[in-house]
Design a protein around this ligand. Structure first.
Ligand SMILES: Cc1cc2nc3c(=O)[nH]c(=O)nc-3n(C[C@H](O)[C@H](O)[C@H](O)COP(=O)(O)O)c2cc1C
Length: 204
């Protein structure tokens, strides 16, 4: 089993990375491999709404590295999305990434365990967690619970390690996700049938 952990921060080894590493270490202890993929330092633009992905097997028309990461995410058994809090929300590059990941991964994330981890100096943590949860729930993913909301405090890179409770929450995420992954692996219950999608815009 394998989990992809997305680092939305432009700092490849900053606080988001450290919080994700704490969760991934618990997955590792449970025998589940993981890879932290940096997204925040890429030059990703927003969705062009061109519809290319719909007729090209989910591939995005833009050649900026997203397709390669999307393939890893689709192949993984679980997903963790980490973001620094920017103005009480996810940072811009991660928003571009998640907007485009939704269409390119359409259907393949269904009922896979997912977890959010955000890092922040002071305020806006829960709003940012909700930003990420909205991606999970529209993708029909199973949101991994934690004992508290998954926000870890720190400002300059490295400071999150001083937030004892926050880092414990990060470890808790790793443990709970490992449990959910094992639960799924031990089950022979098939995924529920998916009806053909009805798409209305409230007008017709
Ligand atoms: C542009 C920008 C906006 C920020 N907005 C907030 C904010 O709204 N609330 C907050 O608590 N911290 C905010 N911060 C602080 C970062 O969330 C914090 O420094 C975080 O630990 C950075 O994580 P990183 O090391 O992974 O990049 C902001 C930082 C930047 C650069």
């Amino acid at each position: 089993m394998n989990v992809i952990a997305i680092n939305g921060s432009p700092h490849p080894k900053g606080n988001t990375y450290l919080a994700l590493s704490e969760a991934c270490a618990e997955l590792d202890k449970a025998g589940i491999s993981s890879e932290i993929v940096n997204v925040g330092n890429l030059k990703l633009t927003g969705c062009r709404a061109c519809g290319y992905c719909a007729s090209h097997g989910g591939k995005c028309v833009l050649d900026d590295g997203l397709n390669e990461i999307a393939e890893k995410v689709k192949a993984a058994d679980g997903l963790i999305v980490g973001s620094p809090v920017y103005y009480a929300g996810i940072n811009g590059t991660l928003k571009c990434f998640l907007d485009r990941l939704y269409y390119t991964s359409s259907g393949s994330m269904r009922l896979k365990p997912a977890a959010a981890l955000v890092v922040l100096r002071r305020a806006g943590g829960l709003d940012t967690v909700e930003d990420i949860y909205r991606f999970f729930t529209i993708s029909e993913m199973i949101v991994t619970p934690t004992r508290y909301w998954p926000a870890v405090h720190g400002r300059t890179p490295g400071e999150v390690t001083e937030d004892g409770e926050g880092m414990q929450i990060a470890r808790n995420i790793g443990k709970n996700m490992a449990y959910l992954l094992k639960l799924k692996a031990a089950s022979d219950i098939p995924l529920p049938e998916l009806e053909e999608k009805i798409s209305t815009n409230f007008i017709r």
